[in-house]
Design a protein around this ligand. Structure first.
Ligand SMILES: [Zn+2]
Length: 316
């Protein structure tokens, strides 16, 4: 099985201020010129003229401040990196989203995100843009897994309590919202030469029992294969022996984004460590709920599980 790569760097970015086709674009030009009010037809007719006005009377930097950029093609499970005026307020999925000094912001589209999701932007002059982002629906596999350690599928009460405690640690670690922009450099695979054994979003039937979907990318490699940090970040959790995850390293990449590599046989980092992209963080294994050696790579925007296969790659 090969992994389908979508390189978000290849996506065309729609400049709301320049596209001139949507209500959002008209709104953003009104943003730059609060007194200006145009019908759609007028807008189309005067689009060229507006460009010239922008070019003549505002510096490129201040024009850029008023724009909102978001990738044009979005799909379920995708990390979305957008740009907006640095002093704008962005709201998505009931959350006030961090906007960087450079105007960058990130949102995550969950596995079952609806066809349209609202994104609200409030500019410093009080104007508000209400966008409806279009999200493409995906088809997910159904995967039957046999031979899992039974205690990880139907745990006894004692083990169930431990699983709940451990899950709480992970939930807490994923709440972190740092201003670091480690995600901007793109992401590399945590292991090299892996076969993809399980994809994001698949409906899992474990030992005959329907489970929650598979929120990660399974990379099949022999035990002892080096595992690397997919991007710069800070280790927020490094536990050698969790019931379900076995050896886990959780790395925070800023803005609520985090990577977890699990089922590891050895950890070379501890909580609080700063790591750089490609740095050795431990070795692959088959610890926790696993039928064989592999690295499960989970990627999150806070509590929203995203598809690691859709992450941007480092620029060449
Ligand atoms: Zn997995």
């Amino acid at each position: 099985m090969t992994m389908k790569h979508t390189n978000p760097f290849a996506l065309r970015y729609r400049r709301e201020n320049g596209a001139g086709r949507s209500g959002a674009a008209r709104a953003s030009i009104r943003e730059a010129y609060p007194g200006l009010s145009l019908s759609k037809a007028q807008h189309e007719r005067f689009r060229g003229l507006l460009y010239i006005i922008v070019a003549l009377f505002t510096s490129p930097a201040s024009a850029a401040d008023r724009t909102l950029q978001i990738p044009e093609h979005l799909q379920q499970g995708q990390l979305v990196i957008g740009h907006v005026a640095h002093d704008a307020k962005v709201e998505f999925a009931g959350r006030r989203v961090r906007v960087g000094e450079d105007g960058v912001f990130v949102i995550g589209l969950e596995r079952d995100a609806p066809a349209q999701v609202p994104l609200n932007v409030r500019f410093s002059n009080g104007k508000v843009q209400h966008l409806q982002l279009k999200v493409a629906k995906r088809e997910y596999h159904i995967e039957h897994i046999q031979g899992l350690p039974q205690k990880t599928v139907t745990p006894d009460p004692e083990t169930a309590k431990r699983i709940a405690r451990e899950r709480e640690h992970i939930v807490e670690a994923r709440k972190r919202d740092d201003a670091r922009e480690d995600f901007l450099k793109g992401f590399v695979l945590p292991v090299e030469g892996a076969r993809i054994g399980g994809t994001y979003g698949s409906q899992r039937i474990d030992n005959g029992v329907p489970m929650t979907p598979h929120f990660g990318l399974d990379m099949v490699v022999p035990t002892g294969t080096p595992v690397h940090a997919p991007a710069d970040g800070i280790v927020t959790l490094a536990e050698p022996d969790m019931v379900l995850n076995g050896g886990i390293v959780l790395i925070d990449h800023g803005f609520g984004l985090s990577s977890a590599t699990i089922h590891m046989s050895k950890l070379d980092v501890k909580a609080g460590d700063k790591v750089t992209q490609g740095q050795l963080i431990g070795l692959a294994g088959a610890t926790g709920r696993a039928t064989g050696p592999h690295v499960h790579w989970a990627f999150n925007w806070f509590d929203v599980a995203l598809d690691p296969a859709l992450l941007p790659k480092p620029a060449k």
